[in-house]
Design a protein around this ligand. Structure first.
Ligand SMILES: Nc1ncnc2c1ncn2[C@@H]1O[C@H](COP(=O)(O)OP(=O)(O)OP(=O)(O)O)[C@@H](O)[C@H]1O
Ligand SMILES: [Mg+2]
Length: 262
């Protein structure tokens, strides 16, 4: 973040919080993943994953099965993989910490496939995680962000369209009032118009000061959201590129994402 942005402060959700002191005093990062390995039994799936991020949005791109979800789950310390190495968020170690404490410390998670509850309505999903205090994100603020959800507040999670389900999963994550939002393929399976509108929402949230780490195979979404692009290949951060660079490099797109350009 620039000095100017710091001195001006930012609008909600973080109000008068001092951004600088939230960062790791050791290296100034918000999230620092270092030497991270993950295993499913004997299968060594993440290998020495290392990167840091600050407030700027970051995208992780890569083909199927490269370890993107395993990395997101490792950040939240969600099993079944076992992890080794270090994941520091605002200077505090996440490895070995229970997931609910990681969420409470300020990481919101939108898992791949949304993971909603069949038996709960939209409103119940949101009330379940709402803290009740007067912070940026309340169920009403989520309904304001996604008016479609307000119209469907009495509907069950499974009666929603894919786009509405994704809005609900995002709303649920926002209700923990996160400092960092981790999203695993939020555009997966959605229609182009919905993807476009969600991308716009993510940009707005990012503009409000929410840090975003997004996993995407949809390059248009990844590059619209983040200039920094980390490429995962076979459980490693193979290389780092930028949105502008990869947007103009069909060969890299093919190699890293299997995208064929007409
Ligand atoms: N629960 C599990 N048990 C054993 N192996 C797993 C498990 N989940 C994933 N794997 C394996 O770990 C590797 C990485 O999977 P992961 O789901 O992290 O990839 P991904 O990049 O998220 O893929 P996708 O793009 O399909 O979502 C794959 O080889 C996968 O088969
Ligand atoms: Mg995945």
């Amino acid at each position: 973040m620039s000095a100017a942005a710091e001195s001006e402060g930012r609008a909600a959700p973080h109000g008068d919080v001092d951004f600088v002191s939230e960062l790791d005093p050791d290296d100034g990062s918000l999230l620092a993943v270092s030497g991270l390995d993950a295993f499913y039994g004997p299968a060594h799936v993440l290998q020495d994953v290392t990167f840091t991020m600050g407030d700027e949005p970051v995208a992780i791109i890569g083909r199927n099965g490269m370890g993107k979800t395993t990395l997101c789950n490792a950040i939240m310390q969600i099993r079944p993989a076992t992890t080794r190495g270090s994941i520091r968020f605002r200077g505090e170690e996440c490895v070995g910490r229970p997931s609910y404490k990681i969420a409470a410390s300020g990481i919101g998670y939108v898992p791949q496939g949304r993971r909603l509850f069949e038996s709960l309505t939209v409103d119940e999903h949101l009330r379940m995680v709402a803290s009740g205090d007067e912070r940026r994100w309340t169920p009403d603020a989520v309904y304001e962000l996604f008016p479609r959800l307000a119209e469907r507040r009495r509907h069950g999670g499974m009666q929603l369209s894919g786009g509405e389900q994704q809005m609900l999963a995002i709303g649920r994550a926002l209700l923990t009032n996160p400092r960092l939002l981790v999203m695993d393929e939020p555009s997966e399976g959605l229609a182009p118009a919905i993807i476009e509108s969600l991308t716009e929402t993510f940009r707005r949230l990012s503009g409000e000061g929410l840090a975003i780490l997004v996993v995407e195979q949809n390059l248009a979404v990844a590059t619209a959201l983040a200039e920094r692009q980390l490429v995962m290949v076979a459980g490693r951060i193979f290389t780092e590129t930028t949105a502008s660079e990869i947007a103009n490099d069909p060969e890299a797109q093919r190699r890293y994402l299997g995208v064929e350009r007409a």
